[in-house]
Design a binder for this molecule. Structure first.
Ligand SMILES: Cc1cc2nc3c(=O)[nH]c(=O)nc-3n(C[C@H](O)[C@H](O)[C@H](O)COP(=O)(O)OP(=O)(O)OC[C@H]3O[C@@H](n4cnc5c(N)ncnc54)[C@H](O)[C@@H]3O)c2cc1C
Length: 500
């Protein structure tokens, strides 16, 4: 990347005011190169921005961008795969530092499963590189198109959060480049405070330039997956509680249209690793080609056209029908079925249909995910769905997970459950949707719950301060002052919530 010249210029001008001659000092910023201006969207297509986009390929290049920003009086928002649903990686009218070109594998040990990577490496590149040596990422999200830097910055979780914790629990060490120009190596023993704050620190303290991860040993490319339906929230929670000790993964799908005694009905998938020796052909099942998601549905329908087929159903009536059909099929023909499924097939369900989010065009979607302590989960989620149904703004998709507490500074997790709700945004519902999420936010706070910046579009400062706690935030902002004294790192999310 070419170095930008320092561009803040100071000049002194003589001006005539009411016959008197005054000396005026002016300070002007040269604008950033216009050919860097690009449209940058949130993944949920609910926010569109224009930003100056830089894509460095080295840590020195990142530092140059920080310096350019400072010289131009601009701020920098870090961006990985851009898979956060809301404004977490947007920086309207400022600099977006896109890290996707920094995607090298720096070191790999097939003996120990320890891997050191650059932050822009995607989860897809990671698992494809390691799986044939018998290693799988210990924690994965519902999509493989996130970067490891973005995953660490949000401390993402998977369908095994109750057992394995978030990705931060498997990060051995990282190197953080701060806007102040320092490269800080952090681990549980070196700079532990910064280690626990930068993981989950939503890109506010510095840019990860390398991340070292411990992968998970696997003895087969397949998981043993068991599917069964549940009648309501009470039953799904009972099932999760009884399975959480033995299961490796647990995830629930909720039909948010069902009412009365069926409110919270859904489908559970439990998955377990195969032990050494259980798979007769591990070298084959572990091959990347045998993990890849199929290109067609039922062997004939190209998946790329599927979102167009789903589009006519993107309304309350259509989604009610689709949710009913899914529940009916899974509680009859699909009930209590055990199958072998590839790791990628089980983990990345949301990648099956490319561009499925286009179903939500033109308004886009938000995902509302709240995390509620186990003892309050049934009551709180029941009320959440009732509020949505009464407002006729019903989530098209509901996903249910079990979590455990972790010790990262801005953790979103609790010893309990989360329910992630996908809401369409339309001209008709927009105002009411924000009112609705305000009500849901209050309910979450009343129940001792938490929120997740990666999914958020609706939080305000008061709500965030309440669930995170004043002391935690004070400690975090102190670290920010040390790492980023000029306040270079900002995103639309950090401005919206904290007014940074
Ligand atoms: C379909 C779908 C399914 C998902 N499923 C899950 C799930 O199961 N579990 C879950 O936890 N999340 C899930 N997510 C959310 C996703 O995992 C997070 O939003 C994740 O942070 C996205 O990573 P990214 O690389 O796209 O980062 P971006 O969205 O680009 O950025 C996320 C944050 O990371 C910061 N950042 C990016 N790179 C760096 C860096 N190098 N150094 C410091 N900060 C950086 C950004 O400033 C921003 O604050 C899902 C998202 C989608 C779209």
């Amino acid at each position: 990347m070419s170095a930008e010249s320092p561009v803040a210029t100071r000049s002194v001008k003589q001006v005539e005011v009411l016959g008197a001659s005054l000396e005026v000092k002016t300070f002007s910023f040269k604008s950033l190169p216009l050919d860097r201006l690009e449209r940058v969207d949130s993944w949920g297509m609910n926010e569109t921005t224009l930003a100056y986009v830089y894509r460095p390929s080295t840590a020195d290049g990142i530092l140059e961008v920080f310096q350019t920003a400072k010289a131009h009086g601009r701020t920098v928002g870090l961006r990985g795969g851009g898979r956060s649903y809301g404004d977490a990686s947007l920086a309207a009218e400022n600099i977006t530092l896109d890290l996707t070109r920094m995607n090298q594998i720096l070191a790999w040990s097939p003996e120990t499963g320890v891997i050191k990577v650059e932050p822009g490496l995607t989860l897809r590149q990671l698992w494809q590189y390691c799986i044939e040596d018998g290693w799988w990422p210990p924690v994965v999200s519902g999509t493989m198109f996130v970067t490891i830097g973005g995953a660490a910055a949000m401390n993402f979780h998977g369908k095994n959060n109750f057992k394995m914790g978030p990705i931060g629990d498997h990060i051995v060490e990282f190197e953080l480049l701060t806007p102040a120009g320092l490269r800080r190596v952090c681990s549980r023993s070196q700079n532990p405070k910064l280690f626990h704050a930068a993981i989950g620190g939503f890109g506010m303290l510095g840019c990860f330039v390398s991340i070292t991860l411990q992968m998970k040993k696997v003895y087969s490319g397949n998981l043993s997956v068991y599917a069964f339906s549940t009648a309501n929230f009470s039953e799904i929670i009972r099932e999760f509680e009884s399975r959480k000790v033995s299961a490796d993964y647990l995830v629930g799908w909720i039909d948010c249209f069902a009412r009365g005694k069926s409110l919270g009905r859904g489908l559970v998938h439990e998955a377990n690793y195969l032990h050494a020796g259980e798979d007769p052909r591990p070298s084959q099942t572990l091959r990347v080609v045998n993990q890849e998601l199929p290109e067609t549905l039922f062997g004939v329908i190209p998946k790329s056209i599927m979102w167009r087929c789903m589009k006519p159903l993107a309304n309350n009536a259509g989604m009610r029908l689709l949710n009913w059909a899914k529940f009916t099929a899974s509680s009859t023909i699909g009930n209590h079925k055990r199958v072998l499924q590839s790791h990628a097939g089980f983990a990345f369900l949301l990648d099956y249909v490319p561009d499925w989010k286009f179903v939500y065009k033109p308004g886009g979607l938000i995902q509302y995910q709240s995390f509620i302590p186990a003892e309050n989960a049934e009551k709180c989620f029941t009320q959440q769905i009732e509020i949505c149904q009464n407002a006729s703004i019903i989530p098209f998709l509901g996903v249910f997970k079990r979590h455990k507490r972790d010790n990262f500074t801005l953790t979103h997790s609790v010893d309990g459950y989360s329910l992630a709700l996908d809401f369409p945004i339309t001209t008709w519902n927009k105002e009411n949707l924000w009112k609705l999420t305000n009500r849901l936010n209050s309910l979450v706070l009343e129940n001792g719950g938490r929120f997740y910046f990666a999914k958020d579009s609706t939080l305000d400062r008061k709500t965030a301060e309440t669930y995170l706690g004043k002391q935690v935030l004070e400690d975090f902002w102190k670290l920010k002052e040390q790492c980023d004294p000029d306040g270079i790192l900002k995103t639309d999310l950090s401005q919206r919530i904290f007014g940074l």
